[in-house]
Ligand binder design. Structure first.
Ligand code: MRU
Length: 335
């Protein structure tokens, strides 16, 4: 099934907080339910929260028909549910632009956004697989971080779509999924997806990545993005930067795969991006058991910025930008 969809007037999502133990579907029928689901990462990943945002506007248009102030407040609530991935604000704006035409027009736009994400996952998979093969040859061993699979999109994925495509072509040697503390998107979600796809994989703690690269066990790092800035800086799940440094030190390609809907030419560089701070609670315990001395504080940026100088190539659904060869993000502007 799809990670997120519009079914019989409500938004259906797979509850990613319950995976890998339980596959549970949630039906979200109000803006408040949808915003809570986005905030607690029941639905997550840049393309998926973009689609959630568009569906949120469709819910708002029905819930607050005839009350323009409440409708505007609801749209703003959805738009700001999480600050870092550009997909959320962008998709909310696209859907909200149809509000003057009525709720059916808003829903039609949201469904179009959903369909575009499905198509772009397909294209990224094929384009990215060609890039990996040209850079690494056959039988590459890839390391990925966080979750960029079907669960982060509607179906298919971004960086993980590339792994699925390489596996379909019969050329992927295997994957390392870094666990992605504190919420374990790599260990819980990427491993679950790789397992279901029959792809050989191992999970590694976040800190192991650069050492595994140095030891020659990884041919390329491939991961996604929440926002790609005009200068090519990549904002992605915290830990990405360390993997980029490791890849540079080991002399292996560092590849970023994301749809054009994640490219933000209005943001000049990573410095200008608001990095979501999720507060200490997620860091100071593990599976509900305290893992620090009582009273210890913690810092919990959900994302980091990888400077464009560390990125080999960015693969979108439309093009490959070889930053290592001096290519730039250019002027291609998504809808
Ligand atoms: O906090 P999350 O789980 O929403 O973070 C997701 C990521 O950082 C992904 O790597 C990114 O959105 C790319 S998803 C295709």
């Amino acid at each position: 099934m799809r990670t997120i969809d519009w079914v019989d007037g409500v938004v259906e999502i797979i509850d990613q907080t319950a995976l890998p133990d339980v596959t549970r579907v949630l039906r979200l029928s109000t803006v408040e339910e949808l915003v809570a689901a986005v905030r607690r990462l029941a639905v997550r990943g840049a393309p998926a929260i973009g689609v959630a945002g568009a569906f949120g506007v469709a819910l708002a248009a029905r819930q607050f028909a005839g009350d323009p102030d409440a409708l505007a407040a609801a749209v703003d609530l959805v738009r700001t549910a999480r600050p870092t991935a550009v997909n959320l604000a962008r998709c909310v704006d696209r859907a909200a632009a149809r509000l003057p035409e009525g709720s059916d027009a808003v829903l039609a736009e949201a469904l179009r956004i959903r369909d575009e994400e499905v198509d772009s996952a397909d294209r990224m998979g094929r384009l990215g697989a060609d890039v990996v093969t040209s850079l690494c040859g056959e039988r590459p061993r890839l390391l990925t971080h966080c979750n960029t699979g079907a669960l982060a999109t509607v179906t298919g994925g971004t960086a993980l779509a590339v792994a699925f495509e390489l596996h379909r072509r019969g050329v992927l040697a295997g994957m390392i999924a870094s666990e992605t503390r504190p919420l374990l998107q790599g260990a819980r979600l990427t491993a679950w997806e790789l397992d279901r796809a029959g792809i050989p994989y191992r999970v590694a703690v976040d800190g192991a990545g650069p050492f595994l690269m140095a030891r020659g066990e990884v041919d390329a790092v491939i991961l996604g993005a929440d926002r790609i800035c005009a200068n090519g800086d990549v904002v992605n799940k915290v830990g990405t930067y360390a993997h980029a440094l490791g890849a540079r030190a080991a002399g292996i390609p560092f590849l970023v795969v994301a749809p054009e809907s994640t490219v933000d030419l209005d943001t000049p560089s990573g410095d200008a991006v608001e990095i979501e701070d999720r507060g200490p609670a997620e860091v100071v315990s593990f599976h509900g058991v305290a893992s620090v001395p009582a009273g210890a504080d913690a810092v919990n940026p959900a994302f980091d910025v990888t400077p464009h100088s560390l990125v080999t190539a960015i693969v979108t659904d439309r093009r490959v930008i070889r930053l290592d060869k001096g290519e730039t993000m250019g002027s291609y502007r998504s809808a």
